[in-house]
Design a protein around this ligand. Structure first.
Ligand code: FAD
Length: 429
């Protein structure tokens, strides 16, 4: 049996999208359908699901087998208010079938290239004061458990809130049902040079000024460089809190070409082609970057911003750009937005691993007074003790993990460190 499992393992050196993680696995399994995935999981001693490899942390890593969901990418059923998909489908591939049926998901992340399974497992989000994380749109899921059997969970079931943002630690999510709503059009406007004074006094209003709002800054310029406003309304304003409309398309990274970005200048289009910043048909960048993101309760947004500005001169030389977004609260135990309307501070770093890892503790110390929670899929330094303090359901999740996976088949070093508390933390892992 072990020989058969090995025969399925393609032995290649496998890196994540950014190339900063070389997976510790001996190889990778690529089941063609859910039944095959169930068999592979049942036979494995140690296994982790793998989506499109866009995480920067070691969350997806495994010394056992990695099970890629790249062929589990079918749309299973489109209903009036729900779509059911296999978890390996990328959000960008879901937009057209939904649009053809007059439907859309409520929100999307900055890039459409990520798998549904990977995005929900890490609490991936877009922006918008009324928009929850992508995980909060999950109404039901099918979990391939350690023995290969399928556990079906629906919103409202006792374990459901623990099983959506689960870091791959409970099993392979094979199918997911997502809430959908009637298709809608979005217009994207970019404004430039938002005065810091306005940001410090009117942050909440600025972030609430559209369906989805993102602020892009490198922290040391005299003004916030760009505001990306995605709205269902046509705008005629010549000023957004003192920022002026861009007259040509922009890339959020200062000086970068806009070709890979979604259409701007207020041209209306399907939400799936405006809510992500980047187009599916392009790579958002060469992958020569690292990312971190930190989430604080919305009421601390302006104070957290001030604290981060104080680190501007240390952070800025390592940075491509920072993005500030909002996310509405949810009830998912390991969600960074668990029971908190939030502001997220994102950092797209130059690929300078050691230097970046050295500044993360400074950022985390600056944000600790605000109860900061890190993005699970991006680089952070926080200790398990700090996570315990900000995730009130962490111990309940631990019990769920022990119950659903008593032998730790889906455990990896990341889960052992940050969730189980079994291993000492190491920065950036
Ligand atoms: C250029 C870029 C832009 C990004 N923009 C955003 C953004 O706008 N907002 C944001 O919040 N994040 C963003 N991210 C982070 C990204 O959304 C997360 O890292 C997400 O987890 C990536 O999904 P993936 O399919 O690549 O997952 P992977 O990195 O492959 O896996 C991540 C985790 O999900 C688990 N997993 C994957 N599939 C399954 C499954 N089917 N069942 C159970 N567990 C599973 C894995 O075990 C692992 O623990 C960005 C990343 C990049 C590279």
């Amino acid at each position: 049996m072990i020989r058969r499992l090995r025969a399925n393992l393609a032995t290649v050196v496998m890196k994540n999208w950014a190339g900063n993680v070389t997976y510790s696995t001996a190889g990778i399994l690529r089941p063609k359908n859910v039944e095959e995935a169930q068999e592979l999981v049942a036979r494995a001693e140690s296994i982790r699901p793998l989506g499109t490899r866009h995480s920067f942390s070691l969350v997806a890593d495994s010394t056992g087998a990695l099970l890629s969901t790249e062929h589990l990418d079918r749309v299973v059923e489109i209903g009036a208010d729900t779509v059911t998909v296999e978890a390996g489908i990328r959000y960008g591939e879901l937009g057209s079938p939904l649009q053809e049926n007059g439907l859309a998901v409520a929100n999307l992340a900055s890039l459409p290239h990520i798998s549904v399974g990977g995005a929900i497992a890490t609490g991936t989000h877009g922006s918008g004061v009324s928009n929850q994380s992508l995980a909060a749109a999950v109404s039901a899921l099918e979990l391939v458990c350690a023995d290969g059997s399928i556990n079906r969970l629906r919103r409202g079931d006792p374990d459901f809130d623990g099983a959506v943002v689960a870091l791959g630690a409970l099993g392979l999510v094979s199918r997911v049902s997502l809430d959908v709503l009637p298709a809608f059009e979005v217009r994207q406007y970019v404004f430039e040079d938002l005065p810091w004074r306005a940001v410090e006094t009117d942050l909440d209003e600025i972030l609430a000024g559209g369906y989805s709002v993102s602020l892009f800054t490198t922290w040391t310029e005299p003004a916030i460089e760009q505001v990306w406003l995605k709205t269902t309304e046509e705008l005629h304003t010549k000023s957004y809190f003192g920022a002026v409309p861009a007259t040509v398309p922009r890339n959020p990274v200062p000086g970068a070409q806009p070709d890979n970005c979604t259409e701007q200048l207020g041209v209306p289009g399907p939400s799936a082609e405006r809510l992500p910043h980047f187009r599916l048909e392009f790579t958002p960048s060469g992958g020569a970057e690292l990312q971190s993101e930190y989430v604080v309760p919305r009421e601390h947004g302006a104070d957290a911003l001030r604290a981060l500005r104080g680190l501007g001169r240390i952070v800025s030389p390592l940075l491509l750009v920072s993005e500030i977004r909002t996310i509405a609260a949810d009830t998912l135990w390991l969600s960074p937005f668990f029971e908190r309307d939030s502001v997220a501070f994102h950092f797209t770093w130059k690929p300078l691993g050691d230097e970046v890892l050295a500044v993360l503790p400074l950022i985390e110390a600056a944000l600790e007074p605000f109860g900061v929670r890190p993005h699970w899929g991006k680089l952070f330094a926080g200790s398990p003790r700090q996570l315990e303090a900000v995730y009130p359901k962490l111990s309940v999740f631990r019990e769920l993990r022990h119950r659903l996976d008593p032998d730790g088949k889906f455990q990896n070093a990341f889960v052992a460190r940050h969730i189980s508390g079994d291993e000492p933390a190491q920065p950036g892992t």
